[in-house]
Design a protein around this ligand. Structure first.
Ligand SMILES: [Zn+2]
Ligand SMILES: [Zn+2]
Length: 416
């Protein structure tokens, strides 16, 4: 007799398991690695679309205000300076730092803009009970781009810059600063508000409820890495997701090799990132370069201890910890180690969470350089070390994305 069970698989450890009920509040966790499998929606489903749509429109207005006005007004020795965020990107571009210009543009303007317009494209017709064309593909793009939107890190970068700038000039916050702060809160609310399962069910009705659909026992099942839909795999262990059309694999293809290559490249660039200046200050005919470490030391010895601690954690601890964790994961998976799989999976989740915070230094250097340009008095420029440091941040983020945490659990005792 064929036995049927309602099941799902964990995206972090691959364990096949049953979701028997949704708890009233909180989330359903994986019984093996404690990954969140399902989250309870905050808003009632019938109100959810309208509610999220209102938040998305608010966020788009705030994004426009944030980019239309200068971030802060700086007054140094009678010279008034101000720059919008796009002005900062333009500064990098015109100073031959195309990679950094692209990185700052993507993480602070491009990604939030694509994320919000993508959601507007889906939610506006849904509010009138219509499904827009290519909705699953657009939502898939929104989910990919969301991980590159780093407004909360930019906000920290702006605050650090304001404190640093106030040591050399009078700084007055502009409307864009408040607008950025609000935008950050509204985007966090949107991410918290969207019930992903419900939205997938609306834009791809054929696959509604498939996350716990009944399957024959013994069939090889896995989750789509993008939309988490559970599905049976072909004999070749690959298929195309019926919901978001992403390629689905039993394990991320070539995960170890890709991750190793990216981690080695990041390690090589880590050396110039720390040895070369990230910021060059020319004042009274003297030119001085500041590396990441000398910048932190300067702040610590000049009474800005909280700022020094923030930059020390974000720019020195985070990239180092991330590289160490990635090496540890690569080596233990390569040697099929059975050592503390749950803790190793948690370390992996930590690298995904902390990686973006290293961008603080890039934002601070960019904002300082774009703001302080008084020819003949003081000129701040972004140093070449910042380019290497930006590359380290991007490479470690890509390495964490390339790594498949389910490899940690492969080879463990046979799943029950
Ligand atoms: Zn798990
Ligand atoms: Zn999918």
């Amino acid at each position: 007799m064929t036995q049927y069970i309602p099941v799902t698989t964990c995206h972090d450890c691959g364990l096949l398991q049953q979701i028997s009920h949704m708890p009233e509040d909180g989330a359903v966790k994986c019984c093996r690695c404690a990954a969140t499998l399902r989250k309870r929606e905050r808003v009632k489903p019938e109100k959810s679309i309208e509610h999220t749509l209102a938040l998305v429109i608010t966020a788009l207005v705030l994004l426009a205000i944030s980019n239309a006005f200068p971030i802060v007004q700086v007054d140094a020795e009678g010279h008034e300076m101000a720059s919008t965020l796009f002005g900062c990107v333009k500064y990098l571009f015109t100073h031959d730092m195309v990679f950094l210009a692209g990185l700052v543009f993507l993480t602070t303007i491009g990604a939030p803009l694509i994320q919000l317009t993508g959601l507007l494209y889906i939610l506006l017709p849904l509010n009138f009970k219509r499904i827009p064309p290519f909705a699953p593909q657009i939502y898939r793009l929104v989910r990919i781009i969301t991980s590159w939107s780093m407004l909360e890190v930019l906000m920290l970068g702006i605050l650090v810059s304001v404190v640093k700038l106030s040591a050399m000039a009078t700084v007055a916050p502009s409307i864009a600063l408040w607008s950025f702060a609000l935008l950050m809160i509204v985007i966090a609310a949107i991410l918290n508000d969207v019930d992903k399962e419900m939205l997938w069910g609306l834009i791809s009705p054929d696959t509604k409820g498939r996350d716990t659909q009944q399957y024959k026992s013994g069939v090889q099942l896995t989750n789509c890495h993008n939309c988490h839909l559970i599905q049976a795999l072909s004999a070749e262990h690959t298929s195309s997701c019926p919901r978001c059309k992403a390629d689905v694999h039993w394990r991320k293809p070539d995960s170890l090799n890709r991750c190793t290559a990216l981690v080695i490249a990041a390690t090589v660039l880590y050396i110039p990132a720390n040895l070369l200046p990230v910021m060059v200050v020319s004042s009274m005919g003297k030119t001085e370069g500041d590396t990441i470490i000398s910048g932190v030391m300067y702040l610590a010895t000049n009474g800005d201890l909280p700022l020094a601690i923030i930059l020390f954690i974000a720019s020195i601890c985070v990239p180092t910890i991330k590289l160490v964790i990635l090496y540890l994961l690569l080596i233990t998976v390569h040697f099929k180690s059975q050592w503390r799989p749950k803790e190793r999976t948690q370390l992996y989740r930590l690298t995904e969470f902390i990686g973006r915070w290293s961008m603080v230094d890039i934002y601070v250097d960019t904002l300082m350089a774009a703001m302080i340009q008084i020819q003949g008095l003081i000129v701040i420029e972004v140093g070449v070390g910042a380019v290497a440091f930006g590359a380290v941040v991007v490479l470690t983020i890509l390495a964490a994305k390339a790594f498949d945490p389910r490899l940690i659990w492969d080879g463990m005792e046979k799943e029950k």
